[in-house]
Design a protein around this ligand. Structure first.
Ligand code: SAH
Length: 461
């Protein structure tokens, strides 16, 4: 390790910044953010930097640098483009044992500044020891996406509990276990969702319990999107990586399942048409039972859990049993398939509204309001419609939708196996009959389908 990482408390402490241009202003911004009192020295100083000095109750010397500027300073930064001046500032500061940084000149520095991920009070610093600053910045960008913005909130609330938890657990080991439980469990999720009161109550209850009873589980009802794992939300991914057990069904793609925590237990609950590995009531009950065992249960569903996903039923029983849960939306099949097939669901010229419809027709009672679906300026997306495709197209035509209305049938949308078949209301059933089509599929009805040819970008045929 070439450098020793530290976090300096600069609040109200004098820091010398020599330079008044863009680079100096950037440094000034950071120093001011850390509460430092700025002493800025340069013949010309940017307006923003002047403002920062005023806010930080600092001082401005609009002239050349002189050695006495270092007096009373705890830190120095040289941000000028005059090499000899930078060298002098570095030498002067080192004589006085004041840590000094010269921007972009590692040899003149006694400390270097890292790339920062700021989730105050949680701050992460990344450094390549000045050897590869761009790499350090790329690492920072990666961490930025991995670490939820709400971690700052989490750290804030945690700090409010620190003393009480310290008093409650005098043994360091049990204290650490308690913190792990809090920071990875329902309390943390509540804090990050902004439900501060509920989080505090939860911690309060946990503290009141005997330590051996700290086993309340929770359920994450997560939308896994239509197939392409890159369409997962950051929150979905985070919860997938912390769950102890996952209940998934056929719509969740293998590529998405790959991202679930390696050692999580996996339970397949089925749901192929006419094949239910587990009845809905049993799934609902299993979620409750697993959570009661103290597990973090991931209920991973295809697309969005609240769109033809029976997500509402699953959380109803959780609510009745007082089990903490959260719902994470996913990209629904209609959005995913439409985007990857180059078919905008609405368009100024073709469709002013869009409707997601279940094509799962119950015999003799189709339950669909056909006259409303006949409106030519409305796009229709049929889920679960493959079996009823012919009947649906005939009914639409019978209720006045033009037989020439274009239709796109999208098979395994957003996956590497995506296929798009284009026809119209009159001909689509025939086209599907001669192509070996496999679930999951959905179809889009409306003039927007005409755009497929010019807008398609994803590998389709
Ligand atoms: N909750 C899911 C829908 C569940 S209903 C969502 O929001 O997407 C199941 C139906 O979704 C399937 O019958 C099919 O019509 C559609 N579907 C799901 N994933 C699909 C995919 N990758 N390609 C095409 N259709 C899909």
């Amino acid at each position: 390790m070439d450098y020793f990482p530290v976090f300096l408390d600069l609040k109200k402490r004098r820091c010398l910044l020599v330079g008044g241009g863009d680079v100096a202003t950037r440094k000034g911004r950071l120093l001011a953010k850390a509460g430092a009192s700025l002493r800025v020295v340069a013949p010309e100083i940017s307006t923003e930097l002047r403002g920062l000095v005023i806010v930080s109750k600092g001082e401005i010397f609009e002239r050349e640098y002189q050695a006495s500027d270092l007096q009373d300073c705890v830190l120095a930064i040289a941000a000028t483009d005059i090499e000899s001046l930078n060298e002098k500032i570095s030498a002067d500061a080192q004589t006085l044992h004041i840590p000094v940084n010269v921007v972009d000149s590692p040899a003149l520095c006694t400390y270097i500044t890292p790339a920062i991920i700021d989730r105050s009070p949680l701050v992460i610093a990344v450094s390549s020891g000045g050897e590869a600053p761009v790499l350090a910045r790329l690492v920072r960008a990666k961490l930025e996406t991995l670490i939820p913005a709400s971690y700052g909130k989490l750290a804030q609330i945690a700090s409010q509990w620190r003393e009480r938890i310290k008093t409650r657990f005098d043994n360091g080991d049990s204290r650490r276990k308690f913190w792990e439980k809090i920071l990875q469990g329902p309390a943390a999720e509540l804090m990050m969702n902004g439900q501060e009161d509920a989080a505090n109550k939860f911690i309060d209850d946990e503290l009141a319990n005997d330590q051996s009873q700290l086993t309340k589980g929770e359920v994450y009802l997560v939308g896994g999107g239509p197939g392409d794992p890159e369409l997962l939300t950051l929150r979905a991914l985070r919860l997938m990586q912390q769950a102890d057990v996952v209940l998934y069904d056929r719509l969740v793609s293998d590529a998405v399942m790959e991202l679930v925590r390696r050692d999580a237990e996996r339970i397949y609950v089925g749901k192929r048409r006419n094949e239910h590995a587990m009845e809905q009531e049993n799934i609902n009950q299993l979620l409750v039972d697993l959570a009661k065992q103290g597990k973090r249960v991931l209920r991973l569903k295809g697309g969005d859990p609240f769109i033809f996903g029976r997500g509402g039923e699953e959380i109803e029983l959780l609510a009745q049993n007082d089990i903490p849960f959260q719902v994470v939306p996913g990209i629904t099949a209609a959005s995913g398939c439409a985007a990857y097939a180059g078919i905008p669901l609405t368009h100024r010229d073709y469709a002013q509204s869009v409707r997601f419809v279940t094509g799962h027709l119950k015999s003799d009672d189709t339950n669909l309001s056909w006259p409303e679906l006949a409106n030519p300026t409305q796009t229709l997306v049929f889920y679960m419609g493959l079996v009823g495709l012919k009947e649906i197209c005939e009914s639409l035509i019978a209720h006045g939708r033009a037989a020439t209305t274009p239709v796109a049938l999208i098979e395994k949308g957003t996956t590497q196996d995506q296929r798009v078949l284009i026809a119209d209301l009159n001909t689509i059933a025939g086209v599907v009959a001669v192509n070996d089509v496999h679930a999951p599929t959905l179809f889009i009805v409306g003039d927007v389908v005409k755009l497929h040819d010019s807008l398609k970008w994803f590998k389709t045929n």
